[in-house]
Design a binder for this molecule. Structure first.
Ligand SMILES: [Zn+2]
Length: 257
């Protein structure tokens, strides 16, 4: 191989890469293009342009819809990377977009995943795995979508180092389940330590929170409806506390279940 061929190959390899990814969201760019925000296990959050995808003749357009798992070929561009090819691996987007509740739930998950992966860090692979697992569960529609969301949110925050503790008192360590939770302190609190401003959903709701964090679906699916609502409220409060502001799409979810 001559030197010139070698350097040409090396520069091509540096300019393009191939990865699996799940589309988190898309937005319009110019007349016919879209910016695709993707989560990849290897590269974390990717923002890349898909050219011409808003034309009806574009095959790439249907593939690069929210919640689709794709195998993409991407070229480094001057300002933004460009997706040159994408093959559909799993059509989660199709299944999820057909159901309003699943769609709004998946949007909250995607918004959370996008915020948690804004900066390059070592948790990308874990965040990808958690998001993928939750999307797959939603598309199978095996569990209550609100519980899939709650479990995903707790686990995604835990992966960033914000794991709550619902098994013991976070102040004195006394084993639970306790009846109260303090969001700011990060978990359950016993009756002696309980600061004012703590919530008291009861021990069975606190056990449900521990199950959501652990992904213990036998316990989650069997939970009492009042406990499910109480646990959801605490998960929402916990996410809001850590993400500093309410997730905008949280408002669109009808948390009736
Ligand atoms: Zn205590």
């Amino acid at each position: 191989m001559t030197t010139s061929v070698m350097s040409r190959n090396a520069s091509f390899a540096a300019r393009s890469y191939r990865t699996h990814g799940i589309v988190l969201r898309t937005y319009k760019l110019g007349e016919a293009d879209r910016i695709i925000v993707m989560l990849s296990p290897e590269y974390g959050q990717i923002r890349a342009v898909a050219k011409g995808v808003r034309r009806t003749s574009s095959k790439l357009g249907a593939t690069l819809e929210p919640f689709m798992l794709v195998d993409a070929q991407i070229v480094h561009g001057r300002t933004l990377d460009i997706i040159t090819q994408a093959q559909l691996q799993r059509p989660y987007g199709q299944l999820i977009a057909a159901d309003y509740t699943l769609f709004t739930t998946a949007n909250v998950m995607a918004e959370t995943a996008e915020r948690l992966t804004q900066t390059d860090d070592e948790s990308s692979a874990v965040q990808y795995r958690l998001f993928h697992g939750a999307l797959a569960a939603l598309s199978r529609n095996q569990h209550n979508p609100s519980r899939v969301l709650d479990s995903y949110l707790l686990r995604a925050l835990a992966a960033e180092g914000w794991a709550p503790n619902f098994s013991e008192c976070v102040k004195c360590g006394r084993p639970g389940p306790h009846a109260s939770v303090n969001i700011v302190l990060g978990g359950s609190v016993c009756v002696d330590c309980k600061p004012s401003g703590s919530l008291s959903p009861g021990p069975s709701a606190v056990m449900l929170l521990a199950a959501l964090l652990a992904g213990d679906w036998d316990l989650i699916d069997a939970a009492d409806m009042a406990d499910q609502r109480a646990a959801s409220g605490i998960v929402t409060g916990y996410v809001q506390w850590h993400l500093e502001r309410a997730l905008t799409s949280m408002r669109h979810i009808e948390r009736t279940t």
